[in-house]
Design a binder for this molecule. Structure first.
Ligand code: UD1
Length: 431
């Protein structure tokens, strides 16, 4: 199994191109199942999760074609992938495929909308908590769907004549369940109103793509979405928005090492809250026409306090990376995780590098240390893995991050991007 080796190499400088957002790319791919016409997605990141979802969609009959590069495209320019779900050949999403990626459960929305039935494996738990599906079930029931759970599968059936518009208020914000409701309601009969919907920029990106496919959605970007169902959707071309989590992650890298890096293509409005926390560490954030310039000089990283919340709050997907930054702060920081239970698995790995962190329930208290030393550590989940890379950028000696398949799920060309700005990082084959 591959691992990543990192040695401290001083301040980072140069330019890192920001990729298309994984968390938009995946639901956009799934949304392509809502029409029998081609959906061309541009700025698609090269990620293991995109490959895995491609296999899952193929199983349902979606044809996927890689479209050619255009003049001026570089190795880091996102790919252009065309998805065409001319006919849905299978309405079952089997356990072997769904267990690999929770987001593949979301095919339940288009399957119900297009075919009226879906049999989708329960996604199961994962390293960062139990991640139930109650909100999906309650939401779909509000559209008239009958649901029965049996032998590890969700069997769902739309009413005769198709999904019915309905009114649903989420008791808790869920990104995935909002995606599914948007997709299903777009092809339902009549009007659907979703309250307390997720406002994450990736939800907005998917909603905008659906509108370009002919969906009638209002309230995009707010917590109340109104969808007037249409009888069919058509093909479109849509460019995936820049990845705010990748942006915040590389910003944390620069804050950790010091230096001056342009995050090309990054959009500040996608992560205002995280940028405010970053500035509180003493890191400068420059807003430029072609991206965000992150710079820090001098030794001191000021301590920070932050709480993860649904958008526009601080994103849970940046919690581990900012905690890594806090391990070197000049003082005590507090980090509160409110989205997922058990999302502190990186703490024990950071401790192996010399971090001083204690946990009490949902809150981690991080006492900054002057020095950390490289060690072997294990990636536990996608974002947590990056916290170990960030710590490795300043730890003495060599840090070896094992189980890097987690990183490959969500960070495109990671070693290339970081070594391009002066980091000493390489991938080694583990066999
Ligand atoms: C998405 C993101 C993930 C991010 C998360 C929160 C993708 C591919 N993944 O995950 O990177 O960390 O949003 O911003 O976009 N919940 C329930 N019942 C449900 C569904 C969810 O209780 O039926 C809970 C979850 O356990 C969690 C919270 O709601 O505690 C938020 O989860 P949700 O927003 O649904 O996360 P995902 O969509 O799975």
């Amino acid at each position: 199994m591959d691992s990543i080796l990192i040695r401290a190499a001083g301040p980072l400088s140069g330019t890192i191109p920001i990729s298309g957002a994984k968390n938009a790319a995946l639901p956009l791919m799934i949304a392509s199942m809502l029409t029998d016409e081609p959906v061309l997605l541009e700025n698609m990141p090269r990620l293991a999760d995109v490959e895995a979802l491609t296999a899952i969609l193929s199983n349902h009959g979606v044809d996927v074609q890689v479209r050619g590069k255009r003049e001026g495209d570089s190795t880091t320019t996102g790919r252009r992938l065309e998805f065409r779900a001319k006919t849905i050949v299978d309405t079952t999403a089997p356990y072997e495929l769904v267990r690999k990626m929770r987001a593949s459960f979301w095919v339940i929305g288009p399957l119900l909308a297009r075919c009226g039935v879906a049999k989708v494996s329960l996604p199961g738990g994962c390293a960062i908590g139990t991640r139930p599906i109650d909100l999906f079930i309650d939401g779909l029931e509000a559209l008239g769907v009958e649901i029965d759970i049996d032998a590890g599968y969700v069997n769902a059936k739309a009413p005769a004549g198709g999904l019915k518009g309905g009114h649903f208020t989420f008791p808790k914000v869920s990104v995935g369940a909002t995606h599914v409701m948007l997709m299903a309601a777009s092809l339902a009969n009549g009007q659907t109103v979703i309250e307390n919907a997720a406002r994450e920029p990736e939800v907005t990106d998917v909603a905008e793509c659906l509108v370009s496919m002919g969906a009638k959605i209002s309230g995009i970007g707010t917590s109340t979405l109104t969808i007037d169902g249409v009888s069919s959707l058509h093909g479109t071309t849509h460019s995936v928005l820049p990845d705010r989590i990748e942006t915040g992650t590389f910003a944390a890298c620069v804050a950790m090492t010091g230096g001056d890096v342009l995050l090309a293509g990054a959009r500040p409005e996608l992560l205002r809250n995280a940028l405010d926390v970053l500035e509180a560490t003493g890191t400068q954030v420059g807003y430029e026409s072609d991206g965000l310039r992150i710079s820090r000089s001098g030794d001191r990283i000021a301590p920070i306090d932050f709480t993860t919340e649904p958008f526009p709050g601080f994103p849970t997907d940046l919690q581990a990376q900012f905690m890594a930054l806090a391990t070197r702060a000049d003082g005590v920081s507090t980090v509160k995780e409110t989205i997922f239970e058990n999302r502190f698995m990186h703490v024990q790995e950071l401790a192996r590098l010399g971090a001083d962190i204690s946990i009490d329930g949902q809150t981690a208290t991080v006492t900054g240390v002057k020095r950390m030393s490289g060690a072997q550590v294990m990636a536990t989940d996608l974002r947590a893995s990056m916290s170990l890379v960030i710590a490795g950028l300043v730890a003495d000696g060599e840090t070896q991050v094992n189980r890097v398949y987690h990183l490959d799920r969500g960070f495109e060309l990671l070693e290339e991007k970081l070594s391009g700005v002066g980091a000493d990082i390489e991938r080694v084959s583990g066999d």
